[in-house]
Design a protein around this ligand. Sequence first.
Ligand SMILES: [Cu+2]
Length: 419
Amino acid sequence: MIPNRRAFFSRMAAVGGLLGATGLAKPKPTGSDDGVLRRPEFETPDSPKLPWIMNEGRKEFHLVADVVRTEFLPGRAVDAWGYNGTVPGPAIEVEEGERVRIIVENRLPEATSMHWHGLEIPVEMDGVPGVVQDPIPPGGKFTYEFQVRQNGTFFYHSHMPMQEMMGMIGFLVVHPRTPHQPRVDKDFGLILQEWAILPNNTVPNTLAMEFNWLTMNGKAGPATTPMIARLGDRVRIRLVNLGMDHHPIHLHGNTFVITGGEAGRLPESTWAPGNTVLVGVAQARDIEFEAKYPGDWMVHCHMPHHGMNQMVSMVGPMMRPGAMADTSMPDMPGMNHGPQKMTPGYPQDMWMVMDRDYASKPECFGLRAGWTGGMMGMMTLLRVLPPDLYDHVQVLRKNGGGHVQPEQHPAEGHHHHEN
Ligand SMILES: [Cu+2]
């Protein structure tokens, strides 16, 4: 057994000891006890679902385009544009064959429109301003109505490119009438976005060609909430990219198959194994795998610059005297700090432990002390948890968190984010 796995198991044993015999372990639900195949909930960490009502036989949704103040990390405020108060917008879920009505209201200071990416619908519902409809003016509304005849991972976005770069995108997932086989136990969705935000600014620069913030569902690591799976689950992760770069998304320690693209399910004969999937601009990719290895596994973009936060051009010393990383980790072995940090050319060990910011988040329960030091940019975790720990984390999630992390990293000092 390699040391990391041993460390994981001993840590899990320690956490298990904390839990005690609480009777939380339950047999794994099969999802078909009564002969009805149920699908798992579609989970979009850090991003909400869009509620709906049935109206005149249609599933009716309301999307409000507006300026949204959000945070990529605690304390890193951003004035983006989104829908219903969130960036990316809330996920829309519909069933194959359903008739939908989506009322888009524009509270932005400029005109907008909405495109339903990948859906085969009448052209007058396609949302291209000028070509098929008038732009929706500030204060205006437009009602989109169509029947959804496909199934798969789709998305909605403003059809104005600069508005896309302000954040205006969201999931539109269409569930199949007959569940796909093999059935998945977990169904996650992540929207990949990139941002150019100059120092001391809160507004994305949509004209920029260089990006210094990379997010999954609107958060940068370590603020990305981990995905939680139970040991043995079959997991699907849906990935959508709308930005200026392609993102090679890599899953550690597991082998997946690509089961879907932006046009829906792929034939099983094409499911070649892999561990990195290139999610090109405007594409969707669904990956699936059996979560058979316990551990906290990284899911991240492998573009080196996309695994960083707050990237800015280096024109002088990396740190002001006494600022940030050089004082916040005095005892981290192997890390440059002190005088080296004052020398241009030594930015490579941007290491900052911020466990405390996430100590009350249920999904982070039991993570190794110091974990936040290894998480930046377009990164998150897939946590494959043994049954008792999985059940405990689900109870914490249901109760809204509030626990205190059992471990605290000794090198974790006071810090602040430099915006
Ligand atoms: Cu990337």
